[in-house]
Structures are given as C-alpha cells and as structure tokens.
Design a binder for this molecule. Sequence first.
Ligand SMILES: Nc1ncnc2c1ncn2[C@@H]1O[C@H](COP(=O)(O)OP(=O)(O)OP(=O)(O)O)[C@@H](O)[C@H]1O
Ligand SMILES: O=C(O)c1ccc[n+]([C@@H]2O[C@H](COP(=O)([O-])O)[C@@H](O)[C@H]2O)c1
Length: 207
Amino acid sequence: MRHHLPHAAPNETIGLLGGSFDPPHEGHLHISEEALKRFNLDRIWWLVTPGNPLKSRGPAPLDHRLDACEKLLQHPRIEATDFERHSGTRYTAQTLQALFKTYPRTRFIWLMGADNLADFHRWDSWKWIMENVPVGVLARPGQRTAARISPAAKRFEFARISGKESHRLAHADSPAWCFINVPMSKASSTAIRATGAWKGGAGTQSG
Ligand SMILES: Nc1ncnc2c1ncn2[C@@H]1O[C@H](COP(=O)(O)OP(=O)(O)OP(=O)(O)O)[C@@H](O)[C@H]1O
Ligand SMILES: O=C(O)c1ccc[n+]([C@@H]2O[C@H](COP(=O)([O-])O)[C@@H](O)[C@H]2O)c1
C-alpha cells in the first residue's frame, strides 16, 4: 500500500475536491480548472475517498482509482492524494481536522459540485464544516435549483458570497460559501460505469 501525501508550501491556498473518482473524468478536471481561476487558488488536491460514508455500494479499489486519477491528471497544479487512507478518516469533518493538523500553515477551501450542496445537510457535522472552511460550489447540469433551495443554502444564506466576488472566498472568514455558474460538463462516473468502459473492479471496497 502506498501513501501519496502532497507537499504544501507555507501559506498556499489549496482547494480540496473530495470524491469517489470511480472513475475520474473530464468533469472533475473541468471544475478543478474553473475553481483554480475563479477562487484564485494555488493548487487543488483530489481527495480520493476510500469510500463515501453515504454510499452503500463500495467503489473500485482505492489504488485503482488513484492510478486512474494520476493518468488523467497531467496538470502542474492539480494532484490526487489518498490522505483519507493515511488519516483513517471517512467523514469530511474529521478529514478536515486531520488536514488542519497536518498542514497548519495551509489555507484550505472545500470544493464540491452542486449535487453535493443539495445533499450537504445529510453529511456528518455539516454545520461545523461550513463554519470552519470556506466552501466553493460549482454548477452541475440539472442541479442548480436543487442546490439553491437546499437546506444548507438556506441555513447559510447570510454567509453566501456572490459569484462575481468568488476571488474573495479563500480569504473570507467562515462561514463563507460561493456558488459559481461555470460552463457545465455533463460528465459523470455513473454514466461511464454504465458503458462498461471502467474496469475498476467495482464493489470491492478498499481501505
Ligand atoms: N460534471 C460535473 N460537474 C460538476 N461537478 C462535478 C461533476 N462531476 C463530478 N463533480 C463533483 O466532483 C466531486 C466528486 O464527484 P464524484 O467522484 O462523486 O463523481 P460523480 O461523477 O459525481 O460520481 P457518481 O456518478 O458515481 O456519483 C463531487 O463534489 C461532485 O459534485
Ligand atoms: O462527511 C460526510 O458525512 C460525507 C457524506 C457524503 C460525502 N462526503 C464526501 O463528499 C465527497 C464527494 O463524495 P462522492 O462519493 O459524491 O464523490 C467525498 O469526499 C466524500 O467523502 C462526506
């Protein structure tokens, strides 16, 4: 088993894109590139989860998904990490606490697609997450309305930064979140799995 723990230079601003990446695809790359620009980030780390705590179906083995990420990622400012395997955390709130401890001089922002904002109130300690890390949300086809009217968006409406001011997010005091209306990509892991093109060994949960 390997651990890929990225290096962070002091005072860098790093966007965290957590995901199953089962498999990784153009949509992940696309939102990462948009987030780099719009949130003015130094880097993005893809946090490849050993297993989403809300998904009953186990993903393909972690090493397989990490390899696929590394193959897709020929980008100087985006890299994939199995930090959650190293920290032994599954819930994002716990992962963030472990990251804050491991990288005390790094500024993190949490990134996610609009589908995840729609469901965010189901995550463990979701209010704590909002109160402790700036959150950047990226448009996803068919998900904009669900995200806008979601319990998390309503509860934290007072802390929303407008898309026009997205560059302020990383340095804003939490709670702060920002929805950006980027050009949308229809890519999804579900659609790729349905074609049978991903020979990921699905169903074999790895840790
Ligand atoms: N095409 C996309 N547009 C916007 N956000 C996306 C897109 N694809 C993935 N994301 C976001 O990237 C993160 C990781 O996504 P994930 O690895 O679950 O991929 P997925 O395509 O959503 O997978 P699945 O179809 O298995 O749910 C999530 O925050 C998700 O919202
Ligand atoms: O902490 C939680 O309760 C929680 C619930 C659902 C999803 N997450 C995280 O959200 C990220 C996106 O997950 P996924 O499977 O939709 O790609 C990934 O990092 C998960 O660990 C976290």
